[in-house]
Design a protein. Structure first.
Lengths: 466, 423
């Protein structure tokens, strides 16, 4: 039976411009230690910290002194080159320490949390009445702006630019990463508020991608262009989706935002409170009981890591997923953008004739006495070993197998290495972020640091061309 | 203290010293290093360059072993004539054949690896980089693409030339423009042309004047291509049939004679995803195309039978793949990723032209016993140009897209523009 009204109601959602994206090139890395879909509340952290490395390219100017009392959502510092961009405290408490590095560069801000949390109250908002400029000003001063990232350059969005579109990926393909479908459950109101607000900031579309499974809360959103994505990693990376939906040209700007950050923006818009709470996945083969926890940005990782327990002592803790996360340690803090924390064994051991014996316990895209092609479903317990030494680029045609964008990955990497700005531009550096090269880095036979090369290339291009 | 710990201690002792690369080369040969990731992806795939090179070497071993038997067999056949009732077990896979072959070929392997790796180690120590694995394959290829009776001193000089001029001056493995193994082969050919061509060097003992059984005639070992270049098609056909050519019971460079084993090696390389099937397939197509053209010229009677090109031109087009080094070159040399085309589309063009030119050189220049090494070296030089145009295609697509770009002015720029308008 044809249900006409329902179809009409959904015309806004299922815009006829939406297209399904099927990615063929890629590689799913199946790892041991996926998070079980149950959520516990993490023990409250005593100290919360903001790691300034999370905000690439931002030079902070402090607004409060060490020892000051701050509320949750109260500004701690601003961006030197964009003074109205404020960065706020995730909790209320005392700013107990400003950790500085070489040349007094600020590395970390530590806040000792109060027992009862106080929030900066941003008063009631009339979202419908707000125009783009007032909305922008509000997002900037309330501290949620840094969640909005831009391409080109993969940096916090420049509020002075107008994006041609906004992209949100609700499809998870990265190994052991928090499942978007799961962590977004029950947050429809917040997501919708955030999406409606962001929609005002672009004259273009808000592209939202979800998996084929039909259980993402993002599917029901109004005012979006929905895309169904399928295929192996990196199908879930927003960069892949941009490339397939509406690739970035020179001079164009698009904004991207991770769905879990939409919840914080949405809650702020609905309640006027900056609530840094987030559901994260604790994963990895070292974790005894990998599962989801609710905690806050900047929380001590130990508050949930030891609740799940670890199998061994010699492990690497990663703020993020295994391909793109930042190296951390059990005494570290949850990153500003992360909703995954991974613990995998360190691989700092030698392997006798490791270069020529048959390999059954590692992932490979070749069949050079490597046998992962025989068991595509097998879950692997990978370590941090590089499985070989750094070499010049030798093998060709290998990255293309896992790189679905219409870009020549090897040539772009080489252009970045020799700092050829014209070539970088022409080969599509504007379209990529370091994370898009995480998979080519994973399979690289020459063990080249792809993400670092791309990061440096983007920084150079940003600095030279702006 | 086990070997692992001992080596670890020694490594720490050598760290930062001049000899560190030399020690590390041996250490990493025994043990995959304990290196962990420090930037980017925290986990890495299983493959490294050593494994990749090792896979190529594995695919070459059957050719090497066959070459040893064949060297013995060709000498036996040259002295005693080809056995009428040829059986593989009785006449080919014999202990005698193997020993004669091993005694002539193993020294080639030892010299190739010994001298080549020595040069690599010296360069690694001087320049302070790790010893790279490129030579593991080159060192294996070199003895397989030279004639059996290549003097060791010639080989040594050629290897030094090839590694230094062909590779190290460009910055080592991954930076070279020409295939080092072919540079070595080309050096041998052009530096010692009288030695490296003709009918003597292909059969062990022929140069030294070993005589035929029951006569004082010195033995000779003309290759199939040699016969054809001289127009002795009939004599060639009487000596070797198609099966001989396919399975490799013919004179030639050490490892190139058995198209069958080369095919197996090629299939293994394609299956293991180490070498490019695109290059192999397109090179085969290219050589077939050129062969067909020549066959067509003969069929159209455009050239007279007494022409010196006639016998090579009329040689059945697909049989070109069975004789000479063409198949070996296509499978193991053209697919070198460093010197070949790097884009998938470029690989099609690059491979096709290699096959095409190999047969062309073979037919038009009987002075050269084989054209494939020249064709590959030539295309090595053109590979970057091919890639350049393939990549331009991608850039053009991006430029075309740019016309429809939606670029909004920056908020401040917009305001400024507005200001100037009102003024």
């Amino acid at each position: 039976m044809l249900n006409l009204p329902a179809i009409f109601d959904n015309t806004k959602v299922y815009n006829n411009m939406s297209k399904d994206i099927r990615i063929k090139k890629g590689l799913n890395i199946n790892l041991v230690g996926a998070a079980e879909q149950t959520t516990s509340k993490a023990v409250l952290s005593n100290v919360y910290a903001l790691n300034l490395d999370d905000f690439h390219g931002i030079t902070p100017k402090m607004l409060v002194k060490q020892g000051a009392e701050v509320k949750a959502g109260e500004p701690l510092f601003f961006n030197k080159s964009q003074e109205d961009m404020l960065f706020v405290s995730p909790v209320s408490g005392e700013l107990v320490e400003i950790v500085r590095g070489a040349r007094r560069r600020i590395l970390t801000l530590k806040i000792l949390a109060d027992k009862t949390q106080e929030y900066v109250a941003h008063g009631p908002l009339d979202l419908a009445a707000m125009d783009a400029e007032s909305l922008k000003a509000f997002l900037l001063k309330s501290g949620v702006w840094p969640f909005v990232k831009q391409r080109p350059y993969d940096i916090i969005a420049n509020p002075e630019s107008t994006p041609k579109a906004i992209f949100i990926s609700g499809y998870t393909t990265a190994p052991l990463a928090a499942e978007s479908d799961y962590v977004l459950q029950g947050k429809e109101a917040e997501l919708q508020a955030a999406i409606t607000a962001l929609g005002k900031l672009t004259p273009g579309k808000v592209h939202v991608s979800v998996g084929k499974s039909d259980n993402s809360p993002l599917e029901k959103m109004q005012g979006i262009t929905l895309h169904k994505v399928s295929g192996p990693h990196p199908a879930g990376l927003v960069g892949t989706q941009i490339n397939k939906i509406d690739p970035i040209n020179k001079g164009e700007v698009v904004w991207t935002i991770a769905p879990q950050d939409l919840i914080i923006i949405g809650e702020l818009l609905l309640t006027g409170k900056f609530n840094a709470e987030r559901t994260i996945a604790l994963t990895g083969s070292v974790v005894k009981a990998p599962k989801y926890y609710t905690t806050k940005i900047g929380a001590e990782i130990s508050t949930f890591l030891y609740a799940s327990g670890v199998h061994q002592d010699n492990y690497r803790l990663i703020n993020g997923d295994v391909l793109t996360g930042a190296k951390s340690h059990p005494e570290g803090y949850l990153g500003f953008y992360n909703n995954t924390v991974t613990a995998i064994p360190e691989g700092d051991d030698y392997e006798f004739f490791g270069w020529n014996k048959p390999i059954f316990n590692k992932v490979s895209t070749t069949r050079a006495l490597t046998f992962s092609w025989m068991q595509p479903k097998k879950k692997y317990d990978l370590t941090t070993n590089t499985n070989g030494e750094h070499r010049a680029f030798v093998v060709t045609g290998q990255y293309e197998q896992v790189f679905p964008m219409d870009i020549y990955p090897l040539q772009l990497l080489k252009a970045c290495m020799v700092k050829d700005l014209d070539e970088m531009e022409q080969l599509g550096l504007y379209e990529v972020a370091p994370e898009d090269f995480s998979l080519t880095e994973f399979i690289c036979i020459s063990k080249q640091p792809h993400q670092q090369i791309i990061r440096e290339g983007l920084d150079l291009l940003h600095q030279e061309i702006g | 203290m086990g070997l692992k710990e001992k080596l670890h201690q020694t490594k720490l002792k050598y760290q930062g010293k001049k000899m560190a690369p030399a020690f590390n080369a041996i250490h990493t040969f025994l043990y995959a290093p304990n290196e962990t990731t420090h930037s980017g992806s925290h986990v890495r795939g299983a493959d490294d360059l050593k494994r990749t090179m090792n896979t190529v070497i594995m695919s070459l071993v059957p050719c090497l072993i066959f070459g040893m038997f064949n060297a013995g067999y060709q000498q036996y056949a040259a002295i005693n004539g080809f056995p009428a009732d040829f059986s593989i077990m009785e006449h080919f896979l014999t202990w005698d054949n193997f020993l004669i072959g091993a005694a002539t070929i193993l020294p080639l392997v030892v010299v190739s690896y010994g001298i080549g790796l020595a040069v690599e180690f010296v360069f690694a120590v001087i320049k302070g980089h790790e010893v790279e694995e490129g030579y593991l394959v080159t060192g294996m290829l070199v003895p397989l693409i030279v004639p059996v009776d290549t003097p060791l001193w010639m080989l040594a000089i050629a290897v030094i030339f090839g590694v230094v001029i062909g590779k190290e001056v460009f910055g080592g493995t991954g930076m070279n423009i020409l295939n080092p193994a072919l540079t070595i082969r080309a050096f041998l050919f052009f530096a010692y042309p009288t030695w490296m061509s003709g009918d003597k060097v292909w059969v062990h003992g022929a140069v030294d004047g070993v005589t035929k059984a029951g006569s004082t005639d010195a033995i000779s070992g003309e290759t199939v291509l040699g016969y054809l270049a001289q127009g002795n098609t009939a004599e060639m056909a009487q000596k070797y049939d198609l099966a001989d050519m396919f399975f490799g019971f013919i004179p030639g460079s050490v490892g190139e004679t058995s198209t069958f084993l080369i095919l197996l090696g090629g299939l293994f390389l394609i299956f293991s995803k180490i070498a490019s099937w695109r290059i192999m397939l397109s090179a085969v197509l290219g050589s077939l195309a050129m062969g067909l053209i020549f066959n067509g010229i003969v069929a159209a009677e455009w050239i007279p039978e007494y022409s010196k090109f006639y016998s090579l031109m009329s040689f059945e087009y697909w049989q070109h793949l069975l004789v000479g080094g063409l198949a070996f070159g296509i499978v193991f040399m053209a697919t070198d990723p460093v010197t070949g085309s790097q884009t998938n589309r470029g690989k099609w063009i690059y491979g096709f032209l290699i096959g095409f030119m190999s047969v062309m050189i073979r037919v038009f220049n009987p002075g050269y016993p084989e054209g494939v090494f020249l064709a590959i070296l030539l295309m090595n030089v053109f590979a970057p140009t091919i890639d350049h145009y393939v990549v331009r295609g991608n850039i053009k697509r991006r430029m075309k897209r740019l016309k429809n770009a939606t670029i909004y002015p920056k908020v401040t720029e917009g305001a400024e523009a507005l200001k100037t308008e009102t003024v």
